[in-house]
Every structure is written in structure tokens, then in C-alpha cells.
Ligand binder design. Structure first.
Ligand SMILES: Cc1cc2nc3c(=O)[nH]c(=O)nc-3n(C[C@H](O)[C@H](O)[C@H](O)COP(=O)(O)O)c2cc1C
Length: 447
């Protein structure tokens, strides 16, 4: 199975920074991230992943004060620095297709891919919040389907730019004075609904041909885009059955578009509380839950899911959420879980605090690996995005207690097979397929 290390502030539990052993200021220091990336590389993870939002969430200074920032830097800048302190682990960063132009995105990921020796991955997000829109001249975010329509054209333009040079265009012929072989570069001359881009891309072709395209949308629009363009998909799933339906459904869609099922890997997120005994593992979760501030959590639900539960009985069931142009699938996931498990608002807060909707596993190494193996073997996952509850401790627990059991069962690598992210993931290196004009791809993927 493939494993990603999702690095996120001081941990994925909402109260991680209040854990007695955690240093809440650590994310402001580079060595903190360097040590986590080197730890994940030594454990042979496929990649480290840095998420991102282009805003600080919170409707008031008080609300912001509640939430320590999880994105203390800028992911591509951080990964470029981490690339010089690591040599094999993949480097995946989130960048918005709504708020950064395709030429910049293509260039930044090509640069990261070249300086890391082919380890870059782009988690394409459409940025689903009014809070982020407010930083880009908008009073409200663009409509959900519009953001995905833009994303479909955006990713096609980025890939065409990555193909605007062949792999070895440099002649450097001092005799003739020709530096490039003109036959090995081209303009893309894209004129579309949302973008007009001439090219070529000045960086030349990325080391992997294309950095790996990652996505994490699970709505109908999100799945349509992922089926056509994503190679790695992150998702939040609560049960093996739901995850299998999602994974196999996405691969069916990709196959219907002429792709192979192996060209698209899906990694559900999982947060793991593990210890030699179940009691100790449960105690780790309970310790963090004790620090959850419910009033603050309700503010996060409001900001994150456009779902205001501040005026309802906290010990009663949550009312249905209003329509959102934001994270549609995550809002639906939470409401469906609340209804299916008859959760009160207070219980929903706890579920949300543990892992924002991702799978939560609590138990001994055998308990945890039994579940991971069941998902993997049944086609509900090609691997997992590991959301450690706290850093570094939660990640250390996974490395020291879970990976040895996975390896004992032959479910995880002993060592890296190759040196690029594509080689770790078993993904083909795309040829300079300029023939596949951006336009064709847009027609296939536009909502
Ligand atoms: C593991 C994972 C990581 C994500 N990382 C980001 C992120 O860094 N930034 C962001 O704006 N959205 C992120 N998302 C949210 C998705 O991009 C998407 O907006 C969300 O899943 C809702 O998708 P939908 O609109 O298709 O329902 C992430 C989602 C998942 C499952």
C-alpha cells in the first residue's frame, strides 16, 4: 500500500496544540518541518503532503485566537526547502486553481520537480470558502460548479505548458549558436473560456514529465474532474463500504474515459491512536478530547462547512445544513454520519475534532493493521494519507508500532523502489503529449 504523511500544524486533532507534550510554537521553525519530513522519509513514506488555504479562518480576532494557524508558511516555498534536506520522499503541495494563474502553477511545480529530482505533486484545490475569496477581490466565493469549470481548463493548460518542451531540447551548440532545438519546443496558444496562455514554459519540462496531479474533491463535479485528470485522490471516508464504492466508482469513471484503473490511486485519510493496549490507545484520544473547546469548535464548523450550529441545543441532533458553495462532500459526510449514528451536536464536535471527517482508528497495532488491511485488500483504498493526531508523537507511534506490523504482513515497502514520486506510486511518466490539445481535455472534463 501507498502511504502519505499529511503534515499539518502540530497535529490533526483540533486540540493537538494543547497536548501537554506538544510545542505549539514549533511550526514557526523550519527545523520542525525538516525533522518531520526526514522522519517520514526514513520510514519510507511515499510522500509528505502540505495542505493550504489562502486565508486565516475565523469570523473575528477572538475566533482566530482560538485556532492556532496550521499553515504557518507557504507550501511550495516550504517544500523547496525540504527538497534540499531529503532525497527520496515525494513532495505534495496544495495550490488553488481559482486563485493562482496556470502559468505560475506550471512554473512553480516544474521548478520544484527539477530541484527535487522528480518528487513534486500538485494537490489541485478550488478553494471553497468566502474567507479565501475575500483575499482575492471577491465578496463571495465563485459557485461550486464554476470553480470546477475553471479548474478543468486550468489543469489542462498547466499540463500543456509542461509539454511545451520535449525532454532534451538543449543543443548548446556554440558553433552554430543554437541553444535549443527549435523542433523540441512549442507555443501552446491556448484560448479558452477562462484562460489565454501562449507559452512555452521557460523552465523547460519537469523531471517527471508532469508532476503528479492530486485532487481531493468528492462531489459530483469533483469526481468528474478527478476521473479525467487526477493520478492520486485524497478523500475522507467513514466506512469501508462507502470508501470502496467511492474508489471503484472513480476508477469506473476513469476507465470510461479511456484511462487504466491503475492510473488513478485513491488514499483515504486515517488518523491513528495506537498503543500496546487498547486502553492506552483510548486514553490518548481521551486526553486530547478533554481539551476540545466546544464554542470554538462550533465557530470552526460554521467557517469550514457554512453550517451554523451555535444557536441549537448542543445535546440535540443537528438540523440539516444549508446549501453551500464550499466543501459540499464534507458537509454531506458530517450530516450523513450524524443522522446514521444519531449523533448530538456535542458528539459531532468530538467526531470533527478527531480528524475533520477522516477515518479514526483506535487500538493495538494488530487492531489498526487489521482494519487498514481490510480496506486495502477489499479495494476500498490503494493506501492511506496518515493524519497523525499530534506531531511528532502521533507520527512516531505510527512509524514504531504500525509500520512494522504492515511490513510483517508484506503490506508496505521495506525500501524505496525508485527515486521519483511517480516511481514510488507506480505511475507512468507521461510523454510530451502536446498532441492532446488542451481543448479536447476541457470538453471531456467541463461540468
Ligand atoms: C486529504 C484532503 C486534503 C485536502 N486539502 C485541502 C487543502 O489543502 N486546501 C483546500 O482548500 N482544500 C483541501 N481539501 C478539500 C478539497 O479540495 C475539496 O474542496 C473538498 O474535499 C470538498 O470537495 P467537493 O467540493 O468536491 O465536495 C482537502 C480534502 C482532503 C480530503
Amino acid at each position: 500500500m501507498k502511504l502519505g504523511a499529511f503534515l499539518f500544524g502540530v497535529g490533526h486533532h483540533a486540540a493537538a496544540w494543547r497536548h501537554p507534550d506538544v510545542d505549539p510554537r514549533a511550526p514557526f521553525r523550519f527545523d520542525y518541518w525538516r525533522d518531520l519530513a526526514q522522519k517520514a522519509e526514513a520510514a519510507k513514506f511515499d510522500a509528505v503532503f502540505l495542505a493550504d488555504n489562502v486565508a486565516l479562518f475565523g469570523a473575528s480576532p477572538e475566533a482566530i485566537a482560538y485556532n492556532p494557524p496550521v499553515y504557518t508558511s507557504e507550501p511550495l516555498t516550504q517544500l523547496a526547502a525540504l527538497a534540499t534536506h531529503t532525497s527520496r520522499i515525494g513532495l505534495i503541495a496544495t495550490v488553488s486553481s481559482t486563485y493562482l494563474a496556470p502559468y505560475h502553477v506550471a512554473r512553480k511545480f516544474a521548478a520544484l520537480d527539477q530541484l527535487s529530482g522528480g518528487r513534486a505533486g500538485w494537490n489541485l484545490v478550488t478553494s471553497g470558502s468566502d474567507t479565501e475569496a475575500a483575499n482575492f477581490g471577491l465578496d463571495h466565493q465563485l459557485a461550486h460548479d464554476k470553480r470546477y469549470e475553471i479548474a478543468a481548463e486550468h489543469v489542462a493548460v498547466v499540463q500543456a505548458l509542461w509539454d511545451s518542451f520535449d525532454d532534451d531540447p538543449v543543443l548548446a551548440d556554440k558553433q552554430s549558436g543554437q541553444f535549443y532545438d527549435p523542433a523540441k519546443l512549442r507555443y501552446i496558444d491556448h484560448k479558452g473560456e477562462h484562460f489565454q496562455v501562449r507559452g512555452p514554459l521557460q523552465t523547460g519540462r519537469p523531471t517527471q514529465g508532469h508532476p503528479v496531479i492530486v485532487q481531493a474533491g468528492s462531489s459530483e463535479d469533483g469526481q468528474k474532474l478527478a476521473a479525467a485528470t487526477a493520478e492520486l485522490v485524497f478523500t475522507a471516508q467513514q466506512s469501508l463500504e462507502a470508501s470502496r464504492a467511492f474508489v471503484q466508482g472513480l476508477k469506473d469513471r476513469a476507465q470510461a474515459l479511456g484511462r487504466s484503473r491503475d492510473d488513478l490511486l485513491v488514499l483515504p485519510g486515517v488518523t491513528i491512536y495506537v498503543a500496546p493496549t487498547r486502553e492506552e490507545a483510548e486514553a490518548k484520544l481521551a486526553l486530547l478530547h478533554a481539551f476540545v473547546d466546544e464554542a470554538g469548535a462550533l465557530q470552526s464548523i460554521k467557517a469550514f462547512l457554512d453550517w451554523d450550529l451555535t444557536q441549537v441545543d448542543i445535546d440535540g441532533p443537528p438540523p440539516p445544513p444549508p446549501f453551500t458553495e464550499g466543501w459540499q462532500s464534507r458537509q454531506k459526510l458530517f450530516y450523513d454520519v450524524a443522522v446514521a449514528e444519531k449523533l448530538t451536536v456535542r458528539q459531532l464536535i468530538a467526531r470533527m475534532a478527531a480528524a475533520r471527517g477522516h477515518l479514526v482508528l483506535v487500538g493495538t497495532p494488530t487492531d489498526v493493521v487489521d482494519e487498514l488491511e481490510a480496506w486495502f485488500e477489499s479495494g476500498a483504498a490503494d493506501g492511506f494519507n496518515i493524519l497523525a493526531p499530534t506531531f511528532p508523537y502521533g507520527l512516531d507511534d505510527v512509524i514504531e508500532l504500525v509500520l512494522p506490523e504492515l511490513r510483517r504482513r508484506g503490506l508496505f515497502r521495506e525500501d524505496y523502489e525508485g527515486s521519483t514520486l511517480r516511481e514510488h506510486l507506480g505511475l507512468k511518466r507521461p510523454d510530451a503529449g502536446f498532441v492532446r490539445a488542451a481543448q479536447t481535455q476541457i470538453e471531456e472534463t467541463a461540468p
